[in-house]
Design a protein around this ligand. Structure first.
Ligand code: PLP
Length: 403
């Protein structure tokens, strides 16, 4: 028989969200009829906005006509969409030909790991979005799991804690590393400011490292003084790749669309352009995102599309404010939830899964255990603001049952 990929066996306890679903189902079969409110997974709160669904219908119909049919297209995405992304959000920072449109930030994170191969050294914020570590584990980049430190021995974990205000000390990152950095951060809700990113970019330059900057939540930043892209920092094009997504701002979690920016200025150690190899990866194992979905996204970059997006984001951020205020009023310290749709908190004296179980059993709310995001997440839980307003209001009433 074919041998199992030995790296898959190293993944810790399966992926976080299937484990949450397992516990939820177990709870529901023991407590039939209980109506659980999910403030767990960061899925979007509402349906797609009309300007997008209209464009999706038109694009689908066009595929049935001789003139409107598209077969294989430009693997990097339709030029109009790449230009719209740059004109709307990256004017003067990058160029349209630096963009690779894809089927979402998560799959592209996996493809980026393929690009750098299994000898790349990884540094991650701890806690962090699990995909960075798990996709590296599958590729064999990470070494063995060390149950003592609760981490992989060939990854540099950069703790993000209350004490360092969730901005890590990166100075011990080995020379020539890939530094995964997510801002606004999932799960802590922290956002790095210009000075912090400037220092990180300078460090990456000196340290000959590449930053993979995950900006999937950048549109949720409310404070106009905070950076929404790593390319707002001078010199970042020489040291950073940015991944981003239509999932969270436009509700594309089911449609699947994102983009990755690999600037032409970014070079490998041998001086060859990273974008050239990335293009090779894309044309070899991907072939480009759905034309229909790209046309839907293009429609979102009209004045009314952007306004509708803003309205959805405002709703989500108001949810975040409601949850955060309720937790604070109950005496919990909270982090995030101001420029990010996640609220990070802890129940003193409990580990993350104990806190998760307690919130589910006593308040009938599903949150996410912080330990699933890395060793420094232990003790924390994450609440997502991506819920319907009615559920959020009901959830904050139920939270009182925790006391
Ligand atoms: N990056 C971060 C930090 C996320 O939290 C998520 C999804 O939760 C993604 C990327 C995935 O985005 P996409 O739906 O585009 O794959």
């Amino acid at each position: 028989m074919v041998m199992r990929n030995k790296n898959l066996a190293k993944l810790q306890a399966g992926y976080l969200f299937p484990e949450i679903t397992r516990r939820k189902n177990e709870f529901l079969s023991a407590n039939p009829g209980v109506d659980l409110i999910s403030l767990g997974i960061g899925d979007t709160a509402g349906p797609l906005i009309p300007v997008i669904t209209d464009a999706l219908v038109k694009a689908s119909e066009a595929m049935g006509t001789n003139d409107g049919y598209y077969g294989y297209g430009d693997e990097r995405g339709i030029p109009e969409l790449r230009s719209a992304i740059v004109d709307t959000w990256y004017k003067g920072l990058i160029e349209a030909d630096d963009i690779f449109v894809n089927d979402g930030a998560k799959p592209d994170t996996g493809r980026l790991q393929v690009l750098f191969g299994n000898e790349a050294h990884l540094a991650v914020q701890d806690p962090s979005y699990p995909v960075y570590v798990d996709s590296a584990v599958i590729l064999g980049q990470t070494g063995e799991y060390d149950s003592g430190s609760e981490g992989f021995d060939e990854i540099t974990y950069m703790p993000c804690t209350v004490e360092n205000e969730f901005f890590p000390d990166y100075t011990k990152v080995p020379h020539g590393s890939l530094i995964f950095f997510c801002s606004p951060n999932n799960p802590t809700g922290a956002v790095a400011n210009h000075d912090q990113l400037r220092d990180l970019v300078s460090f990456a330059k000196l340290n000959k490292s590449i930053i993979i900057f995950d900006a999937a939540y950048s549109r949720f930043i409310q404070d106009s003084n905070l950076p929404r892209s790593i390319y707002e920092i001078e010199g970042a094009k020489e040291v950073a790749i940015e991944v981003n997504s239509f999932s969270k701002p436009f509700g594309f979690t089911g449609l699947r669309l994102g983009w990755t920016i690999v600037p032409k200025e970014l070079k490998f150690e041998d001086g060859s352009p990273v974008a050239k190899d990335y293009s090779r990866i894309i044309t070899t194992i991907f072939n480009g995102a759905s034309i229909i979905v790209q046309k839907g996204a293009l429609a979102a970059f009209t004045d009314s599309g952007l306004q509708q997006m803003q309205d959805q984001i405002s709703l989500t951020m108001e949810n975040a404010r409601i949850i955060k205020t309720a937790l604070n009023n109950l005496g919990y310290s909270t982090y995030g939830g101001v420029n990010a749709p996640y609220i990070w908190t802890k129940i003193e004296g409990m580990n993350s899964w104990e806190a998760f179980d307690r919130v589910m059993e006593e308040a009938n709310i599903v949150c996410t255990p912080g330990s699933g995001f890395g060793p420094s997440g232990e003790g924390f839980i994450r609440f997502s603001a991506f819920g319907k307003r009615q559920s959020v209001l009901e959830a904050v009433v139920r939270l009182k049952d925790l006391m």
